[in-house]
Design a protein around this ligand. Sequence first.
Ligand code: AKG
Ligand code: FE2
Length: 323
Amino acid sequence: MGSSATQKRLISKINSVYQKALDDGFMDAKVLEILLASNLKKHVENDASMRRTRSRFFCCSVSVAVIAMMATTYYMTLDPRCIIANNLVLQELARPAVSCDVCKDMFQVPTVNGDTFTREEFLKDYAYNGIPLLVKGGANNWTALQVFSYNYLKDLFVNTEGALEAVEFDCQFFPYKTKFLTLAEVFAMSEAQSRIDEGEEQWYVGWSNCNPDVTKQLRKHYKRPEFLPDNSESSNLDWLFMGGFGGGANVHIDYVQRPSWQAMIAGKKSWSLIPSPECDSVCKPLNATMEKGDIILVDTNMWYHSTYIHPGEVSITIGSEYD
Ligand SMILES: O=C(O)CCC(=O)C(=O)O
Ligand SMILES: [Fe+2]
């Protein structure tokens, strides 16, 4: 992402406000809670109300909020994920308002049987409306379930020319709570740590792949979920998330172009889906647990979400965006 010194200073200012809140002992989730309670976003759009709300939000002065709005809007047009991924304040400020019709009266994530679920049913009830969906066993016939493992992915990325560099320079890498700076470092850990043997440090990471040779290999073992329409536009980016018990993504919202599907290749993962603040009074948080072979569909631009990895096998998921 190319950015001038001024832009960098703005971003660093906003991030330092957020960091200060964390340093002062606020947890990520608390920051979000306060942000949602303050309804800062709504007030930022309305000067008079904004004056009233100043004292309600612990760290964002008016100027920082406005700067955040401007800087976020500017940066979203460049590379949305790169600056806001770790800053809930920016994420909430930048998020477009959503309609609550989607989550109204929904108390659990709708779940269907992957063996019998058809494209027609998908189109009728779930396509393009923001309703999350768990398709049990939707990936059961993929060879990825037998083939993908930490060692398989390590061999593939380490031995495909340019693959690790592509992740580092052209795609994205999320270290979450680990100290890993690159995917190369993830694949350099000891075998014992890769299995998270007793006493080994826990790890959980995510990355996107944009190396065509790797894509070709990966796609020998999985296909786009069959219930998605033939003409549905798909992203060429594969997203992989891998790691062990206790790992997962903190609460966040994404700025990607489309909704996403994700398939559970190994292990067990739960998702928490939190409706946007404007839907607080009519919508409830939802949970869904994915087991090996399940596929989840979530509009990650619309739902705040976090994930949690259950004890057992190291979790591996693969996914992409769809239209
Ligand atoms: O699978 C995970 O742990 C996080 C996934 C996620 O945040 C996403 O797909 O947007
Ligand atoms: Fe996400």
